[in-house]
Design a protein around this ligand. Sequence first.
Ligand SMILES: Nc1ncnc2c1ncn2[C@@H]1O[C@H](COP(=O)(O)OP(=O)(O)OP(=O)(O)O)[C@@H](O)[C@H]1O
Ligand SMILES: [Mg+2]
Length: 495
Amino acid sequence: MRCSDGWGGVSYAPCPPEEFCGRREEREHLGALLSRAGGQAVMISGPPGIGKSSLLNWLAYEVQERPGGLQSPVLRGEVFDLPGMIFSVFRDLLKDLRRHAATARFGGDLGLESMREAIRYAGDVLEKYVAPVEPVGLLAKTGEEIIGVFAESPEVGYDRVREAFLELLQELGRVMSVTGRVAAVLLDDVHLASSLDRRLLLDIMHDLPPGIFLAFTCRAEDGTCPGYPTMQEEIRNLGFSTIRLSEMRVSEIQELAQRRFNLTINEAAAGLLEESAGNPFGLMACFNTLNYRGLDPTLEKIADLLTGSRDPADLAYSGLPESWKDWARELSVLNPPFPVPVVACMLGLEGSSLADRLREIGIFRRLPGGEYAFAHPLLQEHCRRELPDDAKSALNARAADCFERSMHRLSGRLHALLSLACHFFHAQEYEKAADLNLELGLRFYHREDYDTALVLTERAITAAGYLGDDALLAAAEQQRDLIRQKIASPVRAVP
Ligand SMILES: Nc1ncnc2c1ncn2[C@@H]1O[C@H](COP(=O)(O)OP(=O)(O)OP(=O)(O)O)[C@@H](O)[C@H]1O
Ligand SMILES: [Mg+2]
């Protein structure tokens, strides 16, 4: 996956399966699990950039595409860093199922009426839980348009969601078992999932039917995965496996350099990399920079590169063309997935030429739904960290404006509202931020997503404080106390 624009580098996106290197033990482990009878689940964990999403890509290929492989359907979903996108990853799985059901390849099994009915029912229930009702008019202050948002209380409870999803998986598993196959459900970045999504995932694991193989990735580092220890314990209690990825070894480093960058690295240089940058993202940054600067991959040059950079994301970023850096900085305030009209508005470009430009640029990737994200989250995190405060608030103001202008063209209304709530707040537009965050916070409270409710309500408290609006502040604090009570409640069965 080579990129143009004179950069000639290799994209920082998760590795395509045909370029995947090393990880032999882990691949064998996954292969053995796939051939086992009964529902199987596995958690793939490890620090940022270690190769979790790449391994998931390889697994997807192995299950669905490899000639002579399982030739079984894969359902995939990715969780993004925007608290409150409840069940969005499960809705993506349903989209994949619907797509498969309409193909000649899998339609014979997945297009059966019983299967279609289960998909329809699960889809309806998920929609009802997060369904928008329009117009409600309560967000009039956020723009010209009256913005719809889901009802204060959901029409169905969580139990119906769980039941519908489990029934769907049972039907899917039954259809698969009849033909001696397995359907793989792959979820990336579960550490970003809201507490409700994690709860559904755990419930699914508890009742995983035969014919279903569930694999999910979870970043494991301090503070980034609130549910990680619980998830790890649960998965062990249920007798499922965990795969913890560690840094690459000398032979894997040499393979990666050769296969993806056409670089031959000697043992001494690979040994240094193993010690100091054996994380694949760090290796990618190092090899891309060597190539970009036209340096030989010698021990001395590699040692210089490593000592001259603060961290792998810094090295990756510093080796990018200047025009890309501007785009990266400007888009870093957005919450993925980035809708095309918003990206076009942020960059002041037309939508049609934009798609071509973004495709060429190795620091972004196109998502299955047509939106965009940074090729790797570490690049976005780096750009955000480096933004000075005034640039951060100006870019957030621009992002809020772009969302308001594009609202009528965006299909993901929940994403748009949560993004707006975030951008108004970071743009210090406190009047709009207070109203929107408080209202959304209440709705998440009624959906039992207390973590998101708390984030939103705390923003409303801060905003009300800046505005000096005592009535609003009191209302927001009261809402926060209610949420805290729920979080502290011992019956809360969420990791
Ligand atoms: N086995 C591999 N072979 C070749 N390239 C790899 C391999 N593993 C990872 N990479 C490359 O390393 C980088 C980081 O990998 P990846 O995105 O899979 O990490 P991750 O663990 O999912 O990171 P994060 O926790 O931030 O999501 C990517 O650019 C990817 O292409
Ligand atoms: Mg990843």
